[in-house]
Unconditional design. Structure first.
Length: 345
């Protein structure tokens, strides 16, 4: 393996930058690189703690179908295999085979004394193109020396969080036993919710500026008309699209894509006191044959849904010339969810 060639930045936060690409001598093999050295100085010690946890866990789950393989590490971070699939909040699996396969992954992990510890996030579960399950993001995973009470409790919580996903997307498939598990939180989980989680939320949302789930609002209805009028008043603007996206510390933000030759500073001046969190000038907006803007694609950009964007461009290769510059210039690199958009999209 000689030389990593970067393709796309997938995610950027205070702990790392996650990118995709390939090694120069294996262009057909897509891989993921987590660049821990990209973390700011003040979070770098914690970032390396998480990276070492991930490296240890990936070594332990190597060979489990549905889990990524660690390829190599270097002074900047780690490389792992790419996993094809869509996250649960987008794929919304409703067939029993997916959940049976997901439980198989958890059983295989338990046999190797590994608990994931972050399966409450639907982004960490993927449904593969063939309908099978996969799991990613082992930064919080634990590799246990023995199957003691702590291991059993954490494995129980992994299972309970999988069943929470099943309840969200396929509640009709829940068995009586699974419903009982969902109703019975472990004692550490109950203590966490009462004591540690409020502090955790304060630190992650107020200091690190990210959260596990996002709220939404009606800002498009209330603020959208004035924002559109202000941006359209700039002479060089030929089109625009206003999209809501999930802000890191809860709530809906506004992301404006503005077509034309105007620079961001000029557009910001036109907005005055009107609030647009992210503003991206673009040379061209994607459009349908009738001239209407492809807001379905721009929403994926605003939400940083790179897997879905890649698939859309594969389906419609004529979009590549317009969409690649838009994707490269995007302003949101988090993986926060917009729950309202998921329900209505």
């Amino acid at each position: 393996m000689h030389g990593f060639i970067q393709d796309t930045v997938f995610k950027r936060d205070v702990f790392s930058e996650t990118v995709t690409g390939h090694f120069a001598d294996q262009p057909e093999k897509r891989i993921v690189r987590r660049i821990v050295s990209a973390a700011p100085w003040w979070s770098k010690p914690a970032a390396w703690v998480l990276a070492r946890r991930e490296i240890k866990a990936l070594k332990a789950v190597k060979g489990i179908k549905g889990a990524p393989d660690l390829l190599m590490t270097d002074r900047d971070g780690l490389y792992r295999t790419w996993t094809d699939g869509a996250p649960l909040h987008l794929s919304r699996p409703a067939h029993a085979e997916f959940y049976r396969d997901a439980r198989r992954i958890l059983r295989d992990m338990r046999q190797r004394r590994v608990t994931h510890n972050d399966l409450a996030k639907p982004q960490n579960w993927l449904m593969s193109p063939n309908g099978s399950a996969a799991v990613i993001d082992f930064q919080l995973a634990s590799v246990h020396r023995r199957k003691n009470w702590r291991f059993r409790l954490m494995a129980y919580e992994d299972l309970r969080h999988l069943l929470k996903q099943k309840r969200s997307f396929a509640p009709m498939l829940l068995t009586p036993k699974e419903k009982k598990i969902l109703a019975t939180k472990s004692l550490p989980a109950r203590i966490w919710l009462k004591t540690v989680k409020p502090l955790y939320n304060f630190v992650t949302r107020s200091l690190f500026h990210w959260s596990d789930g996002e709220g939404t609002g009606d800002r498009l209805d209330h603020e959208g008309p004035a924002i559109r009028a202000a941006l359209a008043s700039v002479p060089s603007v030929t089109g625009l699209s206003l999209i809501t996206y999930a802000q890191p510390a809860k709530g809906a933000g506004l992301y404006a894509f503005v077509e034309g030759a105007a620079e961001e500073a000029i557009l910001r001046k036109a907005l005055g006191e009107l609030r647009v969190e992210l503003l991206q000038p673009v040379s061209a907006l994607p459009r349908r044959m009738d001239g209407t803007v492809r807001e379905d694609l721009l929403r994926l950009v605003a939400l940083n849904q790179m897997t879905e964007l890649d698939e859309a461009i594969r389906r419609e290769p004529n979009l590549s010339a317009i969409m690649r510059p838009v994707i490269a210039g995007r302003k949101n690199f988090t993986d926060r969810r917009d729950v309202k958009a998921e329900r209505t999209g």
